[in-house]
Design a protein around this ligand. Sequence first.
Ligand code: NAD
Length: 497
Amino acid sequence: MTIEQQVTTSAATAEIIRTTMVIGGEQVAAADGQTFEVVNPATGKVIATAPLGGKTDVDRAVAAARKAFDDPKGWANWAAGKRGRTLSKFAALVKQNSEELAQLETRNVGKPISGSRGEVIGASLVFDYYAGAANKIFGQTIPVSKPGLDMTLREPIGVVGLIVPWNFPILMASWKLGPALAAGNTCILKPASLSPLTAIRLGELALEAGIPGGVLNVVTGPGGSAGAAIAAHDGVGKIAFTGETTTGQEIMRLASGNVKKISLELGGKSPSIVFGDADLEKFARESPYSVFDNCGQDCCARSRIIVERSVHDQVVALFAAATEKVKVGDPLDDATEVGSLVSFKQRERVMDYVEAGIAEGANLVAGGRVPTAAGLADGAFLMPAIFDGVTNDMRIAREEIFGPVVSIIPFDTEEEALRLANATPYGLSGSVWSRDIGRALRSARALQAGVISVNSNSSVHTEAPFGGYKMSGIGRELGMSALDLYTEVKNVYIDLS
Ligand code: NAD
């Protein structure tokens, strides 16, 4: 039975969904038959079980992916246009099944259903984009100093391991699968143990779309065993990873054995710099979502608001008033804007930061407590927290919290604002708010981060490169840049004499 059939049954009977991995075109259990439970963090109830994959399962998936890659009539050797058309069918199937996928995602990670719907459609658009890109992966001809003809070919790497986190499970999977598949690679996708459901469903839909068995394998299981086995496997040529910086560092070590290609999208501690001349109403209206959306579990969360002292009090008041309107509630309710955190453990971690902020002398202006509203008592909910009077040396200003907590830090000069913004080992994203175009552009250039927005919090565009400076990562996903991450460049020189 596919997940889709089980979801339909279980919606009526509240049964537990029993999922399987997808390896070599087949739905399989873990080799040793072990499973783990998948919990809905908004209710605390077990909603599914998934195979607890380990090294044997990874070996099996790598063998299936290798076989599919080496097939002379297989995916890598299809005409690029045919790969593109098949990816296009895949994108259409994701869209067609978007409500089922969104419900799965919301029940699995506690995010509002409106957010899950947007995420699933976003994933479908990413597949569409790379469907169109499949036959536009060009090489070059190069005027070398010898008289012959020199050209480059872009070739798929082979078997690639794609290890994704739980905060945007289906979207992060699409960012990697789209370009990897378009370029002709075969893939092993490993979702986070907290959020395996939509990844498994993607594996099933890929088969339905006509992507041959073995091209997209899905292995579920813990990072420390299944993930580590993929990262260390000699049969894998590349690892694309999104997750915590410390995990990324471990993956670099594991991947060094056979010198895998690596791309990493890691943590962030992104600033919003608000100058006194900015449209403060617009900033306040839009910015609560830039940090509290997805319950703050967003690598681009603007978790530090660095604000000019002359408008500091006004900004705090406007931001707090706008945050008060954000609707925290049942993730399955269409009106909910902030759902639960992904787990009770994550909530505990975030609440420890709230306590650390208070202990270090910051002023908790709002939130940071467990909501008392009926219906939320059994879930991992937390009211969005705003800290004022924060200095850059406090833990809440330095460390990635990955929860609904924002730190407001005052500044006096442009130079000080930029120094504070850049005083972090991370460099993923940031916003500049100012009506002075010169100052906005100067600041955008001076910020040491890969994704900057001016008078906006928008960080992600399917067509534009996304990725981090410093300890926020290596490589740029999305847009045509992502194709560089999944191709080798071969230079061919032809002697014409
Ligand atoms: P995580 O690092 O705990 O896990 C990510 C994935 O890695 C999971 O699939 C996990 O099972 C696997 N994993 C864990 N240990 C492993 C190991 N030793 N070897 C191989 N795989 C292993 O991250 P998370 O908690 O799922 O996600 C949150 C983090 O992701 C945050 O730090 C956030 O900033 C980051 N993130 C970054 C981006 C970005 O684009 N920069 C996007 C989303 C999330």
